[in-house]
Design a protein around this ligand. Structure first.
Ligand code: GLU
Length: 610
């Protein structure tokens, strides 16, 4: 989501800040800005709506130099997308602030601060941080304690960096809910909302914990926990490879990431399954002890991760003999839910910083779950640190806002989790062996599915003028239909709905006409015949269908139905394989429509606000 970068150095930091923002650019944002303290202690601010490049152009036209600075890409939550609402925000031309997240009680604070004589020049919640810090500075004149006192007044989630013109040489940072990471250099130090922003300048990081406030100068970093006590946080050496400029010859990151799936799924499997078995330790050292006791699984996730969790519910109940519920994190966290005995809480998130999912995990700790496990793509993320067990997907950095390879690696991890729980819960060695062999075939089958690319590119032409579409699936392919619909909505802006095919006659059939293409994900199992009847129901009402089916499923193309043959695979891995053509379809439709594929409008990656 929105990004923060800050630097305290001896050299000019403007280019470091801009490069940091560029590296966070893929997450989606609507405006960007920097504040720089120059060598004469003058505070300069440049803000622009639109891309980071607009900001870079403005800085090129009117160069600013300075060795201390903070920068931000904003994803508006409070106040429209305007230059006045873009960060950094100032108070009294003295305090400068950038902020990720939401200050929920900003209206009260704003009223109080206005009564104190502060003038607000934006509609944001963020500006209250700047004025509140300034107000505290009038009491203490010490930036660290001013921030420590100010944050006690804030409800909600924030990652914030504060600079004081009258106290140069340092920035104060505070984290509650939104991630912040300190980058350690030699004679210079940095702060960012994600380590990716700082990889050009350092690989040594301190991940701040909830409630931490830190003082960062050129030569020193001091961290204080929420009680105000000074603490030592672990320094982590990052081995993440990330070259944000590298699309490897593909036109978009999304297409590159779609094509990376055979490799990253192979990486996700590597060393974790043997010929016939699964190494349960990949979930954590205590995995066997915990998984052996599991009788119920509660999955919590949002968006695409929710769809991988939904697929896992079919797998876990069918193969691992445990009951399973799945719920959207933002719903789960605000209702009273029943906790089954011996329940494992499974959270799924690409970034491990999804605000709703993280809040749900924290809530669950008090609810009496036996243990928690996270399926995540970012080592060291909050979700991973705060869960008892973790499975790391090996998708690598996912830049496209619309998730692709994170989804298929999550599914791979969830299938392995099914095997690991099933092993302790009555799954026969034969069944386990079958599942493991199917997993072994995954990378090659994904490769084969990608060869459909050209056929789907042609097919995409037929969707470009459509405004609505329907996706149908049954059984474990129903969540795949939902994910297909989400992908099409996200990047092509075509309205798409997914239904379990059996539901068609209960309402959505009313929508069918020649302007409503129907995309069908056909299984090749006992539900196939049922699905064929659903297809006939659509045909009888003049619908145009696109059926993704195993060639053995005996669907024939005709005037009203176009059949796309998907490689024949073991049924257990079919949801993972059928995801590929649907991703390709959304991608090519979006390209034809000319949308911003990697950064679709209104969306952001790694949703760190509620
Ligand atoms: N709530 C703040 C705003 O709307 C920060 C949003 C963000 O995280 O970028 O300005």
């Amino acid at each position: 989501m929105c990004g923060i970068v800050g630097a305290v150095a001896e050299r000019n930091v403007v280019e470091i800040l801009l490069e940091g923002l560029r590296r966070l650019e893929y997450r989606g944002y609507d405006s960007a800005g920097v504040a720089i303290l120059d060598d004469n202690n003058h505070l300069h601010r440049v803000r622009k709506t639109g891309k980071v490049q607009e900001l870079a152009n403005a800085l090129e036209a009117n160069p600013v130099r300075g060795s201390i600075g903070i920068a931000h890409t904003r994803w508006a939550t409070h106040g429209g997308v305007t230059e006045a609402n873009a960060h950094p925000h100032f108070s009294a031309e003295r305090v400068a602030v950038v902020h990720n997240g939401i200050i929920e009680n900003y209206q009260n604070l704003r009223r109080e601060l206005t009564a104190d004589g502060y003038h607000f020049s934006s509609d944001t919640d963020t500006e209250t941080i700047a004025h509140q810090v300034d107000k505290e500075l009038q009491q203490t004149n010490d930036l660290l304690s001013a921030v420590q006192t100010a944050v006690k007044k804030f409800d909600g989630a924030y990652g914030t960096v504060v600079m004081d013109k009258q106290d140069p040489g340092k920035v104060i940072v505070a984290r509650s809910g939104s991630p912040l990471v300190i980058g350690l250099g030699i004679g210079e130090n940095f702060i960012a909302s994600d380590q990716l922003a700082l990889l050009p300048v350092t690989r040594r990081f301190i991940f701040l914990e909830e409630g931490d406030v830190a003082e960062i100068s050129r030569t020193k970093v001091s961290v204080y926990d929420q009680t105000g006590a000074q603490v030592q946080r672990k320094v982590i050496e990052s081995d993440i490879q990330h070259d944000a400029g590298d699309k490897a010859g593909y036109r978009h990151y999304m297409l590159k990431e779609i094509h990376e799936q055979p490799v990253v799924v192979r990486n996700t499997l590597q060393g974790r399954i043997s010929e016939h078995d699964i190494n349960t330790e990949v979930f954590g050292v205590k995995a066997d002890e915990i998984l052996a006791k599991v009788k119920h699984v509660q999955i919590i996730a949002c968006g695409t991760s929710y769809h991988s969790g939904m697929t896992a519910r079919y797998w876990l109940e069918q193969h691992a003999n445990v009951s399973c519920n799945i719920e959207i994190a933002s719903e789960f966290r605000y209702r009273k839910s029943y906790v089954h005995p011996n329940s494992l809480l499974v959270t799924i998130s690409q970034s491990g910083e999804t605000a709703d999912t993280l809040a749900a995990l924290r809530l669950a700790k008090d609810l009496g779950y036996m243990a928690s496990l996270s399926i995540c793509n970012v080592p060291g993320s909050s979700l991973v640190r705060e869960s008892d067990l973790a499975f790391m997907t090996m998708a690598g950095a996912e830049i496209g806002v619309a998730s692709t390879k994170a989804f298929t690696t999550q599914l791979t991890g969830l299938l392995m989790l099914t095997a690991a729980i099933g092993k302790h819960n009555g799954m026969s060695p034969n069944q386990l062996e079958k599942m493991i062999s199917a997993l072994h075939t995954l990378p090659a089958k994904l490769e084969e599915a990608l060869t459909l690319s050209q056929e789907i590119e042609l097919l995409a032409e037929e969707f470009a003028d459509k405004h609505h579409s329907l996706f149908l699936g049954r059984g474990d392919q129903y969540p795949i239909a939902m994910e297909g619909a989400l992908k099409l909505k996200e990047i092509s802006y075509i309205h798409a709905e997914a239904y379990a095919s059996g539901e068609l006659k209960h309402g959505p059939l009313a929508l069918i006409d020649e302007n409503m293409p129907v995309i069908v994900v056909a299984p090749n199992n006992e539900l196939l015949e049922k699905l064929k009847s659903n297809v006939e129901e659509v045909r009888a009402r003049g619908g145009i269908m696109y059926v993704f089916a195993d060639k053995d499923a005996n669907f024939q193309s005709d005037d009203t139905m176009r059949v796309i043959n998907v490689p024949h695979v073991d049924q257990i891995i079919a949801p993972i394989i059928y995801t590929i053509p649907l991703q390709l379809l959304s991608y090519y439709v979006a390209v034809i429509k000319g949308t911003d594929v990697d950064q679709p409008r209104n969306l952001a990656k790694s949703v760190t606000v509620e």
